[in-house]
Design a protein around this ligand. Structure first.
Ligand code: SAH
Length: 369
């Protein structure tokens, strides 16, 4: 085995983990604070540059540890300023991370798994199946890498003000690796983001929602997409296991304690599928039972999908009905469409990308595969 593979990647450890690491090598636990600051406030990966550590400790760290984020395979910039990175992982896999700049804020959309096992009918990530969970280092490494490339702390202004776990994968099915990453996003020694600025989006993993509530303060987003079980099961097969009433109960519990927590429901609008005025009325009735906001997402098409985006008229009508039902509802602005960076368009395995472009070419020339 090479020396490299036995080194511990410090991006895998939250503050507690890092303290335990320093104790295990005979150092004081507070070294964790020093190293976290270098790693997350300055995006350093070179122990030699961590100048408040003794030379001896720096040498030891170099032998024992490393700070290794995924490798950038490709960077694409959209006309609207959105940036998408394709990140290479050991074993030939890849995931995508998207940065969405807006006036006064910058949102990073982070992936949690290579592919996804949930098979939601309208999501392109589902078409590639599930390969594996990301490690904590690969999850927080996406934020670390983006912060480094964007010059995160330049002139006292932060490039990344919000992180959303809305990239590839179901974060609550990779809880063990996601939790330390969330803690590093929240921790002052890490990225220091407020609880409302870190969002976990789930297709409705009820046990994960309950666990999350116990472990860390973050905002919750739930991918609902239908106001009744029959349609929701068709679109999000996980609904068979955790039907709407069970999911709503978990969401009510999530927001029910002293701490300020929020739930946002995501609802992707597909023409003729879930965008009927009756769906809007049912949705308004359903969501009145949970203090929440609603985020309507125009469906983003991808090669091979049978769904279409609702017309803007239909979207506006839907929004009006739910709002007159007393909900706060916003329509998500589609970003990065020209580089396939919009919601549900993320893929990532280099292999799949080739197949996708072959499919596209076939579609354009009228030749089937
Ligand atoms: N697995 C998690 C994280 C993915 S978040 C979850 O399901 O919440 C990505 C969001 O975009 C989810 O709400 C997802 O349902 C939605 N989405 C997926 N495919 C889409 C598409 N083609 N167009 C618009 N939204 C889509």
């Amino acid at each position: 085995m090479s020396a490299e593979s036995t080194r511990i990647n410090l991006l895998d450890l939250d503050e507690n983990g890092l303290r335990a690491f320093f104790v295990s090598i005979g150092e004081k636990p507070f070294r964790a604070q020093q190293v976290l600051k270098w790693m997350y406030h300055h995006q350093l990966d070179d122990f030699q540059a961590m100048t408040d550590l003794s030379l001896d400790l720096r040498q030891r760290l170099q032998l024992l540890a490393e700070v290794r984020a995924p490798e950038v395979l490709r960077e694409q910039k959209s006309q609207d300023g959105t940036i998408k990175w394709l990140l290479g992982l050991p074993g030939g896999n890849a995931v995508e991370t998207v940065f969405i700049p807006e006036p006064g804020r910058g949102t990073l959309c982070v992936s949690s798994q290579v592919g996804c096992a949930l098979n939601c009918r309208f999501c392109s990530t589902a078409t590639q199946g599930f390969s594996r969970n990301l490690t904590t280092a690969e999850i927080i490494g996406q934020v670390w890498l983006a912060a480094k490339m964007l010059g995160h702390e330049r002139n006292g202004r932060r490039a990344i003000t919000n992180v959303v776990m809305m990239g590839m994968g179901e974060p609550l099915l990779n809880y063990e690796s996601v939790l330390p990453a969330l803690r590093l996003m929240r921790d002052d020694l890490g990225f220091g983001l407020a609880s409302k600025r870190v969002t976990v989006s789930t297709a409705g993993m009820v046990p994960g929602i309950r666990q999350l509530r116990e472990d860390v303060d973050v905002a919750l987003a739930v991918s609902l997409h239908a106001p009744e079980d029959r349609l929701r099961t068709e679109l999000v097969p996980l609904n068979r296991k955790y039907p709407i009433d069970v999911l709503m109960q978990a969401c009510r519990e999530y927001v029910s304690d002293r701490r300020k927590r929020s739930v946002t429901f995501e609802y992707t609008l597909m023409q003729g599928v879930n965008d009927h005025p009756e769906h809007a009325r049912m949705l308004a009735k359903l969501l009145r039972t949970v203090p929440s906001k609603l985020n309507l997402i125009p469906f983003n098409p991808f090669p091979g999908t049978g769904y279409r985006c609702s017309t803007s008229r239909r979207i506006a009508a839907f929004q009006e009905i739910v709002m007159s039902g007393g909900l706060i509802a916003t329509v998500r602005k589609t970003r990065g469409e020209d580089i396939d960076a919009a919601c549900g368009q993320l893929v990532g395995r280099v292999q799949d990308r080739t197949r996708r472009s072959a499919r596209l070419k076939a579609a354009m020339t009228g030749v089937s595969e």
